[in-house]
Design a protein around this ligand. Structure first.
Ligand SMILES: O=C(CO)[C@H](O)[C@H](O)COP(=O)(O)O
Length: 230
């Protein structure tokens, strides 16, 4: 995805923010542009209070002087703006390539509106070509992995599970101290049932299916930014 398109989608989301709003700040290279643009607005005197979805985003926001808070102090947020890895026609999403899916889902669930920003390459007819990140507790990894593999196979997964690693080959650890298994489906035909079945597994902390959480997306195409609403 080209950086200019990411910024165009982010700029459209910025038109939705109003003075005094409580905002969730997403994670990833597209959300980075939104935070960057918001930082410039804050520097010019715009008033808002924000909850970041990752330590990386928190550091970026802090460096720009964006006022930060948390969901202990704020019980609800007005809007969360975040990226996505896949977006289906009903605005169901796969998220988590950046490893922030747990906080992203908590923040989106605490928000009145979730706006997704992306480019056209993220649009799909059916979710599942992109690996589904599943965040798991470190304890009992082997047992959790075996159970997830059984559940995924029952849901028609075409590939296996891969423990996410850093560039150095060490296990990738999330901000919450958990691990991520990336699941290769090919096609997820019943996302709601899969979501329930995965969350029923004791060692699963959360997964990257965001179902019926997003009502608006700004998708940047070479000929302009498309607004998709459900
Ligand atoms: O879910 C995410 C991080 O956990 C990101 O929002 C998602 O991976 C999209 O990232 P990018 O904008 O860099 O393509």
């Amino acid at each position: 995805m080209n950086d200019d398109l990411k910024r165009q989608a982010a700029a459209m989301a910025l038109t939705q923010v109003r003075p005094g709003m409580r905002l969730g700040l997403g994670t990833g290279s597209t959300a980075w542009h939104f935070v960057d643009l918001l930082g410039a607005k804050v520097a010019a005197g715009f008033d808002c209070i924000c909850v970041p979805t990752s330590e990386v985003t928190a550091r970026q926001a802090e460096s720009l002087g964006i006022p930060l808070s948390n969901l202990e102090t704020l019980d609800r947020l007005d809007i969360t703006v975040d990226g996505a890895d896949e977006i289906d026609p009903a605005l169901n999403l796969i998220k988590g390539a950046g490893g922030a899916l747990l906080r992203e889902k908590i923040v989106a669930a605490a928000s009145d509106v979730m706006i997704v920003i992306a480019d056209g390459s993220k649009l799909v007819d059916t979710l599942g070509k992109f690996p589904l990140p599943i965040e798991v507790n470190r304890f009992g990894l082997g047992a959790t992995q075996r159970t997830i593999a059984e559940v995924n196979a029952a849901h028609g997964a075409q590939g296996g599970l891969k423990l996410r690693q850093t560039k150095d080959g060490a296990p990738y650890v999330t901000d919450g101290g958990h691990l991520i298994l990336d699941a290769f489906f090919g096609r997820i035909s019943q996302p709601e049932a899969l979501s329930r079945d995965l969350l029923d597994i004791a060692g699963v902390v959360q997964h990257g299916l965001f179902l019926q959480m997003c009502k608006k997306a700004y998708v940047a195409m070479p000929d302009g930014v498309r607004t998709i609403q459900v």
